[in-house]
Design a protein around this ligand. Structure first.
Ligand code: NOJ
Ligand code: CA
Length: 699
């Protein structure tokens, strides 16, 4: 179904002062106005209450004038779209894209330059973007800044990350807007790269809640050939201004007309479930550019991975000896190398035995002795295995067991080096039949001076996904800029980490129990996250008595994350031997789906709790995940999402009565019930706990 209604409304030869746009249900209204000095401005209201006060629009150009003032309106055209589309993989098999649009065509009187601003109003928010039409006087140009503002209506509660141009691997700070201050917090992102742009600069998506209980989220969609937008907070006047991430010489974006900016998005609702379940960011991206998507498949995987994070083995082959610049064949093996053929075969056996699609192997390739901290150009070639990893043998073995291998390309931030080797890396991956690659960008970027969130890096991540599509490979990027819906256009960009993942619980002060209740309102809006859940051995002192690190959840909450943290590529991150200790709980990870036909957000409050039910694609099975922060939680859930008249066997994996994320995290109970769509279930979640339920129809 596609309904498009277009109309060129008005042709102005005079100055028009104001134009309104309403969402399909009319709850949201955006007003566009030419303000003082001919500056384009907008404001937004929700149910007639002001949400965004009059705010400036426009961009500044390097070396010439601005594209932010002295404008008059040429014309305004209207369009309404109501269409459905089907994602290749997703939270639901059908997505509705329903909005009203106005396109305002402007001319700058002083220069004769043209700028269009396109506004869309959806039922869960508004979006706008700049269009730079082809014109004589504006061909190649450099954006030195964006004037885009978001003037808030009050001192809202804010969930913010410090504006680090190089990393989004932080915990959320929850403060009032006036208390945003990166100087007041511990800026350790755990990976040693810090490029904090300013004391009051924060990252988007920025989730907020107003005093009148309106949920508000500022983000962006379709960041393509443009830098990431961070936000500069004027904490006294409750204003946010776009802060584009610069390149090595301070420029923001190099563009050529005709071109567009990303969409700036403002989601709002008095029901938090509307934000967390919104498909607005995906809707604002282009449809798939891959015609044959039959090779893009969801994957549940295990990996030679956590054992390095907990220090049981190492990525490198030669241990702690200083192996800088030594030839691989001269390295003296430490005996602790995780990615050796025998160990990898053990994981393949485990994957085959328990029905996992794939096995990730990190540390298989030469270079890890010297991968981090030296800001070195040529670290990896992405094709040379260590002497104890037999590529052919491992792959033959995996094939014989019906298991697929997942390639790992850690770039250690040396991106020019990766691009030089990219096709050879992809050829090798394709030759051995790996379906997907996990990439990584730990460390400072080379070319030196560039940031992870700058325009050229955004182009790099997108290019890697596009080039991978030529090889029919799926990409899961870590330490990239956070996704903004590009997985709609390149569905082989199957997942990304791009936030503080579960790994931080292995070796740092970790992720507080509320962390996973915020990510779905922020990071997850732009695309699936490879959070790597499923850690059963919660305390790291089981590996080494001196360790104090721990996962900040109960075991039952680790199960619930498979449902609350959407990804079609989902890892069972713990060690095989740990799963063998808890086979009854492990059953949920084996059963849970990763691709869905329906998702129902049943309860949601950012920073507190989230309850989601999802129906597996191509199946009648449902799965439910409920998580809480550091507070215990009791709730009654109606099972009215189940098919009426059908009886289901419900297996409930819950925290025991004495469970607690810190004091007693592994304590859980499993019970089996018979339920139908008229049943209710009482959930009792421990502090830092969760509940996971599988519902299978009784034949
Ligand atoms: C950081 C990634 O997030 C992690 O998953 C990986 O193991 C290390 N880098 C090494 O590549
Ligand atoms: Ca990471």
């Amino acid at each position: 179904m596609k309904k498009v209604l277009s109309l060129v409304l008005l042709s102005f030869s005079f100055l028009c002062f104001s134009q309104s746009l309403q969402s399909p249900s009319k709850t949201i209204q955006l007003d566009f106005k030419i303000g003082e000095s001919g500056m384009p401005t907008y404001n937004v209201s929700y149910k007639n209450q002001p949400v965004i006060l009059q705010s400036n629009l426009g961009v500044l150009l390097k070396g010439t004038t601005d594209l932010a003032s002295n404008f008059s309106i040429d014309s305004i055209s209207n369009q309404s779209v109501n269409e459905n589309w089907q994602p290749v993989l997703g939270e639901q098999s059908n997505i509705n894209n329903h909005y009203n649009q106005i396109k305002v065509a402007l001319t700058q009187s002083r220069t004769g330059r043209k700028l269009n601003i396109v506004f869309r109003a959806f039922d869960e928010g508004v979006a706008f973007r700049y269009e730079f039409p082809k014109q004589k006087d504006l061909n190649y140009f450099i954006i030195s800044d964006e004037s885009t503002e978001f003037n808030l209506s009050g001192n809202h509660k804010v969930f913010w990350l410090p504006g680090d141009f190089d990393s989004n691997e932080y915990e959320y700070n929850q403060t009032s807007f006036s208390n945003i201050d990166t100087k007041k917090i511990n800026l350790d992102n755990g990976i040693g790269v810090k490029s904090i742009s300013g004391q009051y600069t924060v990252q988007s998506p920025l989730m907020m809640k107003t005093a009148s209980n309106l949920y508000l989220n500022i983000f962006e969609a379709a960041v393509v050939n443009y830098p990431v937008m961070h936000l500069e907070a004027d904490t006294k006047n409750f204003k946010l201004k776009s802060q584009l991430v610069p390149n090595a010489i301070g420029d923001k974006a190099y563009l050529q007309t005709p071109c567009v900016s990303p969409w700036r998005t403002i989601m709002m609702s008095d029901d938090a479930r509307d934000i967390v379940g919104s498909k607005m960011i995906l809707n604002l991206n282009e449809p798939s550019k891959i015609d044959d998507t039959s090779w893009i498949k969801p994957m549940k995987y295990i990996g030679v991975w956590w054992e390095m994070h907990v220090g049981k083995s190492t990525w490198d082959y030669a241990g702690s000896q200083n192996a800088q610049n030594q030839k691989t064949q001269d390295l003296i093996p430490s005996g602790k190398h995780g990615a050796n053929t025998a160990n990898v075969k053990r994981y393949i056996d485990f994957a085959a035995q328990h029905g996992f699609d794939g096995v990730l192997v990190e540390g298989w390739n030469a270079g890890w002795e010297d991968w981090y901290g030296n800001w070195k150009e040529e670290v990896f070639d992405f094709t040379t295995p260590y002497p104890d990893f037999n590529l052919q043998e491992v792959n033959d073995y995996a094939k014989s067991k019906g298991v697929q291998m997942i390639m790992h390309n850690e770039t250690s931030g040396s991106v020019g080096n990766y691009e030089r080797h990219l096709d050879r890396a992809f050829e090798l991956t394709q030759r051995y039949g790996y379906p997907s690659i996990k990439t990584g960008y730990v460390g400072k970027i080379i070319p030196r001076g560039e940031f992870h969130d700058g325009q050229s890096m955004v182009n790099h991540y997108n290019f890697v996904a596009r080039r991978a599509a030529d090889f029919k490979l799926m990409i899961n990027s870590h330490e990239s800029s956070r996704p903004t819906g590009y997985s709609r256009t390149y569905p082989n960009y199957i997942a990304a980490e791009a936030a503080r993942g579960n790994e931080f619980n292995a070796w740092s002060n970790g992720n507080s129990p509320m962390h996973e209740t915020i990510l779905p309102f922020t990071r997850l809006l732009g695309g699936p996250m490879d959070y790597t859940p499923g850690i059963f051995e919660i305390k790291m002192n089981v590996y080494d008595k001196t360790k104090t690190a721990q996962v900040h959840t109960t075991l039952a909450k680790q199960l619930a994350l498979y449902v609350t943290m959407y990804s079609p590529l989902q890892m069972a991150a713990d060690l095989p031997e740990n799963y063998e200790k808890y086979p009854d709980a492990f059953q949920f990870i084996k059963d849970v789906a990763v691709d869905w036909s329906q998702s129902k957000y049943l309860e949601a409050e950012p920073g507190y709790y989230l309850t989601v039910a999802r129906k597996a694609k191509g199946s009648e099975n449902w799965f439910l995940g409920a998580i809480t922060d550091e507070n215990q939680r009791k709730t009654d859930i109606k099972l009215d999402f189940l098919t009426p008249g059908q009886k289901y066997k419900a297996i409930v994996y819950q925290d025991s009565k004495t469970a607690h994320w810190q004091k007693n995290p592994i304590s859980y109970e499993i019970k089996t019930l018979e339920v139908d769509s008229k049943s209710k279930i009482k959930l009792i979640l421990a502090a830092g706990g969760g509940t996971a339920i599988s519902f299978m129809p009784i034949k």
